[in-house]
Write a protein that binds this ligand. Structure first.
Ligand SMILES: [Zn+2]
Length: 257
């Protein structure tokens, strides 16, 4: 009788162990899909601050990916600057947008004021589906440092805490490690820095090229791709994920079934 109970318990333990995920937690990391980075649209307050052509066009693809069962977790980053952030050209006498300066020891491009805390510009774009977002990582709150990456500020002085959050969440849910898929606004800035740092955090990292907007010409795109690929980032297309032509469990739900 005792032996029967022990055997039954061992079988139950083996089944429970077999049921635990042995793969990394797959995170869809959506970078800065906020009004401030969208071209001016009179119907949407906050648009036009730092406009990126093609940024609104990625949103339906990002939404489709967000509803794909491949991903265990969906995380947004949010550029969230104080009103007097020193990356704004307006904070520097005689400077204009896109000038470059030394900002406390870090090379800094100066931008139009954008994504200021508690203004419409820092809100997420209204058509962005946030229903599966588990966590929002804000960045750029320190007025002396810009933070293109969702993981670190540009000078690599201060972590946002996102990598620790993802590792802890993966452990809590029984996954083995973290895998990050980057989409959003914009190469070769916030998407690029985020994907770069993701590799450095030890995460297998994908970038969905048709779900990232791009600032710059074909040569800039090529240089950015070569740099990221050389660092270990894997470029994929949205349909590789949504239509199941790649490896893994690709069972889209919602759109594009
Ligand atoms: Zn910013």
């Amino acid at each position: 009788m005792t032996i029967t109970i022990i055997v039954a318990l061992l079988i139950l333990a083996a089944l429970a162990y077999a049921g635990m995920p042995k793969r990394p937690m797959r995170v869809l990391l959506r970078v800065d899909i906020q009004n401030g980075f969208m071209p001016k649209d009179d119907k949407i307050p906050g648009t036009g601050e730092l406009p990126v052509d093609g940024a609104p066009e990625i949103v339906p693809t990002v939404n489709a990916l967000s509803n794909c069962d491949r991903f265990d977790s969906v995380v947004d980053t949010q550029d969230f600057h104080p009103v007097d952030h020193e990356s704004f050209y307006t904070q520097h006498e005689g400077k204009k947008p896109f000038d470059e300066i030394d900002l406390h020891g870090v090379r800094q491009t100066l931008w139009n004021p954008h994504c200021r805390q508690n203004t419409p510009g820092c809100e997420f774009y209204p058509t962005l589906d946030r229903s599966r977002v588990a966590f929002t990582q804000r960045k750029g709150m320190n007025k002396q440092r810009d933070s293109y990456s969702g993981f670190w500020d540009n000078g690599h002085k201060e972590s946002t805490g996102l990598a620790d959050y993802l590792r802890a969440e993966a452990r809590r849910r029984g996954f083995k490690g973290v895998e990050v898929t980057v989409v959003g606004v914009t190469r070769p800035f916030c998407d690029t820095y985020t994907a770069w740092d993701s590799v450095d955090e030890g995460f297998k990292t994908y970038l969905v090229e048709d779900a990232c907007s791009m600032l710059g010409d074909a040569a800039a795109e090529k240089a950015d791709r070569e740099r990221l690929t050389g660092h270990g980032v894997v470029f994929v297309k949205a349909n590789d994920i949504l239509r199941g032509s790649g490896a893994g469990c690709w069972n889209p739900r919602g759109q594009w079934k």
